[in-house]
Design a protein around this ligand. Sequence first.
Ligand SMILES: [Zn+2]
Length: 280
Amino acid sequence: MSRPNFSESRANDGFETVPNSSRRLLLLPLHETKMIWLINGPRMRVEASPAGIVKVFEPLAQQSFKNIWRQVVVRGLTAGKTTLVARDGDEVKARLSITVRPVLNIPTAFHFVGDSTSADHRTGVSSRAGKRQPGDVDSLIQTLNDIFVPQAAIRFQKMYWRYVTVNGNIGDSVVVSSSPVAGDLWSRITSLGERSARFNVFFVRDMDVNGLAGNQGGATAIGGNDCIIEDSEDGVSLAHEAGHALGLLDSSTRKNRLMYSITGQRGQFISRVEADRINS
Ligand SMILES: [Zn+2]
């Protein structure tokens, strides 16, 4: 029989096998529950050491002793580190290092950007405010949280959405500079943000970044509070921009990563190194 081991039950759920190592890690947000597999460990005893950091359940008793794939459920009881072990008698056959981490909340405000030159004089709504609907905001924030809560213990909280109007003409495509200066279009748009928000999202019909080749769908300063993103971008793109806002850089090597630089080709994986950088 193959070696016993713990394994993820779904991708992008905070489980990681450390590259070039047999170490397995699980990030568990405080008070949350996750299911993992114990493979090839029939009859083994599963427990956490030290105790008290997580509660361990084996929800399907009939699986517990014979099956090659055993469900194990853990719930984070208190912040800290523990190791889930599978024992055969006194011998430890498999290990999973679990970190229980409090959830960091990110107050987030959404702004539908229009301009004064195209504003309807009765409604005040600008025809340059784009095609994104206020109802889209909830599904976008759901996608952010589906990616960031399990993998980084970070939750984006919607403060509100609103229309904002930039004085003057923002153009049919909002062209911003990659190194903004006071008074430029980037600054005129982002100055309309919510000061108490950690993440301000500005929706525009179309955007581009001066000096960068190709179509740019979103722009966010590394570690900044503001993101300008065009209407054609989806929730995974917004999550990528949110990663920049939290301090993550583009990753050019692995396509399975959320921070892979090319839109439409990237996955949703946040590595543990990245998670530790943005919330530890
Ligand atoms: Zn990027």
